[in-house]
Design a protein. Sequence first.
Length: 420
Amino acid sequence: MLVGLVVLWPGGAPAHERTGVGFDRQTQQATVTKVVKVSCASVNASGDTPTGDTSTAEGSSAQQQASGSCKRATIRVDTGNDKGRTFTEIVQPDQSRQLEQGEKVVVAYEPSAPKDLQYSVTDVNRRIPMGVLAIIFAVAVVVVGRLRGVMALVALAISFLVLNFFVLPAILQGSNPLVVAVVGASAIMLIALYLCHGLSARTSVAVLGTLISLLLIGILGSVFIDWAALTGNTDDNTGLIHGLYPSIDMSGLLLAGIIIGSLGVLDDVTVTQTSAVWELHEANPSMGWRGLYRAGIRIGRDHIASVVNTLVLAYAGAALPLLLLFSIAQSSVGGVANSELVAEEIVRTLVGSIGLVASVPVTTALAALVVAADRPGPGTASVPAQETTPAPPTAPAAAAATTTAGPAQGRGGRGRRRKH
């Protein structure tokens, strides 16, 4: 991992000329200072009344723009070289985002456009609510987790630093996305696990189980991405990335995303399984590794059922708008699954789930083998010290004590007498 970090360290993302498309636009912070209602007919470029079928979405929108009430918003730029500059924007009645006076927004800047059209509202400024939510999350983690919670937040911050300063720039520099993802995921895993759970044999077993599962996910992902001919270039954002940096292997980028996306859930599964085996050993130190494995795998089956369901639902929730589009189009299940957009999610979900399922028996077996080495050997049970009595016992009492103590010591030494 250290060698990979040194060799692949990018030193920053490569520069490029902005295209002004999508996320590749210059943006500034701004404030809506004034909103006035106006007639749509007086501000729209075409004043003609629309004709045709107004029952369709296009016809209904045209009818609202011709006869409805629009808004003229005045926006003031708050950052950048044009700080204090104002411009106006017309808000149509059917737009999903309706501007309000005093609202903080994000505006895009296009220097090559005419002066009146250089700025346009692209989004709402959500920094305050997002910051408050992050603070609530941090407080909840620290209050419940105490010191472990603090360490978890530190590990989370380090994970974002690794992604931001190593993984993303290295991929943009043209390094192999799979190698970058493996090195970056290993760094995140080692830092997060050892920082949160301490430097111990228990944590090391979880690390080994995670590494083996990540290797399996990488192999399966590579095989099925090639077999299913998935390009990784399926939407405007990936198309923009490929256009700006043609040297990036988009299918490798897809595989890197699968590996990094599976890492978080893998950590949870491997740590939980290792802890379960260790607690079973604490409860019954004489249990062998086979007994520990059987007991641990019973716990793991419940974990598998819940985690796989969680992973599938997480990916389905992320792709819900896409699934709605296929439902509206009344496509068959086979047609939906054959689409590259959905096929990517299916491969991502199933490959990640296979890795999670495999991590349970692998980690449980490793933990059982390691912790069984602490099993007490024959005759190592301690013999309690004799209590001091005010008077020596009589002969019958001494004989009875000897008879009683013998079997007790034998049981403590697993039925064998130690030879001195």
